[in-house]
Design a protein around this ligand. Structure first.
Ligand SMILES: C[S@@+](CC[C@H](N)C(=O)[O-])C[C@H]1O[C@@H](n2cnc3c(N)ncnc32)[C@H](O)[C@@H]1O
Length: 390
């Protein structure tokens, strides 16, 4: 059952998962204007046994008239049915909902609140930690040399509307803005420390016009069909449900526009000398991260994922970031950051001290290869894009 109303809000009930969802902006002048939606909530309550989930993750605004009307139905139902539990699913992205519904749960114990994105994917605390910021800085410094020439083939050009979803510290958005002068550029991420850093850097360097946005890429508040070019770099591989992100990227790009993704295949990282030790560590890295539902082998799967989402005209290419791309120390800095972060994850996963020592040694050997006057070290990346059909 779904009812779309003229006030730019959506009410939906999925009886299979017992989820009643409210999304958009609900600002009626009188209850009559939302009578249909109130009735839909009553019906949903009558249908369910046990728990009814009330999903308000995309409820941008609700005025007091609407809030009181929905709440009245919920409170009456709790009084009439002692078996009923109402779990309100909020998101930190729309922070007022958590405050308002938490207050309600103090009045009615059958109602509780779950902030769904407080720990919504297994690697989240690593990627939203400030210690990740220097790694992102070092990575983009080297990947940009390649991407600035690759991007036009994937649809990037001056004057278009661009969104960089899962932007991290926003370096890519700054570089893209300087190089391609888009008419609009939105940079969205769920890491508050990374966004704070991005805003600080932009302010210090006088960069204006980038719309930094706190959001969840799997439940964006951005409207449909807005952007000519949407990028999502190194992030489908870290979020445990990449198909949800792709569905959202597809939704916000205009028909005829392109979605550009980059991902890695870390088991193909390489170096000389000490190739074997390096190879062992990166094979183990892929295995270790799969325990956190992080797929660092995603790169070559890009074509399949884009096709399954509905994109056409898919373009896939790969490039190798190496120690010869510039100052070898830049490459070494990336690997030093990885060693620390991934060794922490190995400890958390309960690996033995012997494993951790050998694991670390592979990263150190990669750094050795990068800094050796005759050495070679590489990190392969897959860049792919697809067009949303007209
Ligand atoms: C490996 S980093 C890549 C960052 C940036 N694109 C870059 O290449 O430097 C992954 C980023 O994805 C973000 N992320 C992961 N899942 C997300 C989600 N569901 N919504 C928004 N951001 C998300 C993380 O906060 C992190 O900043």
């Amino acid at each position: 059952m779904a009812a779309s109303l003229p006030q730019r809000f959506k009410v939906d009930f999925d009886p299979n998962s017992q989820i009643f969802s409210l999304a958009g902006t609900i600002r009626p002048r009188s209850i009559d204007e939302i009578a249909e939606s109130i009735h839909a909530l009553r019906e949903a309550i009558d249908t369910v046994r046990g728990v009814l989930y009330i999903d308000v993750k995309r409820l941008i605004q609700m005025n007091n008239t609407a809030f009181q009307a929905f709440i009245r139905v919920a409170l009456d139902a709790c009084r009439e049915r002692s078996d009923l539990r109402l779990i309100v699913i909020t998101s930190s992205v729309v922070s007022w909902t958590t405050r308002m519904f938490r207050h309600l749960s103090t009045i009615e114990p059958q109602i509780s609140v779950e902030v769904y994105d407080s720990m919504f994917y297994p690697g989240q605390d690593y990627f939203e930690d400030t210690s990740f910021i220097p790694i992102l800085r070092a990575q983009t410094k080297l990947t940009w040399r390649h991407e600035r020439t690759i991007l036009p083939r994937h649809g990037m050009r001056p004057g278009i509307a661009v969104a960089d979803i899962c932007c991290g510290i926003g370096d890519f958005a700054v570089l893209a803005q300087k190089e391609f002068q888009p008419s609009r550029i939105v940079a969205l991420d769920h890491s508050k420390p990374s966004l704070a850093y991005a805003r600080k850097v932009a302010a210090e360097f006088g960069v204006t016009g980038i719309e930094y946005t706190y959001g969840d890429a799997s439940e964006m508040l951005l409207e449909d069909n807005q952007f000519d070019f949407v990028s999502c770099r190194h992030s489908l591989q870290v979020f445990n449900q990449p198909e949800l992100l792709l569905k959202e990227l597809y939704r916000i790009v205009k028909p005829g526009g392109r979605v550009y993704i980059t991902n890695e295949k870390n088991s193909h990282c390489l170096g000389e000398p000490r190739a074997q030790s390096i190879q062992w560590t990166y094979n183990e890295l892929a295995r270790l991260l799969s325990n956190f539902e992080i797929d660092v082998e995603f790169g070559p799967k890009s074509r399949r994922y884009l096709a399954d989402t509905g994109f056409d005209d898919i373009l896939v290419e790969s490039f190798m970031v190496t120690n010869l791309d510039g100052d070898p120390q830049d490459f070494a800095d990336i690997i030093a950051g990885w060693e620390k972060m991934f060794a922490d994850m190995a400890v958390r996963h309960g690996e033995t001290p012997e494993f951790i020592e050998r694991f670390r040694q592979g990263f150190r050997d990669h750094i050795f290869a990068a800094l050796h006057p005759k050495g070679y070290a590489g990190w392969p990346i897959w860049a792919a894009s697809g067009r949303k059909p007209l």
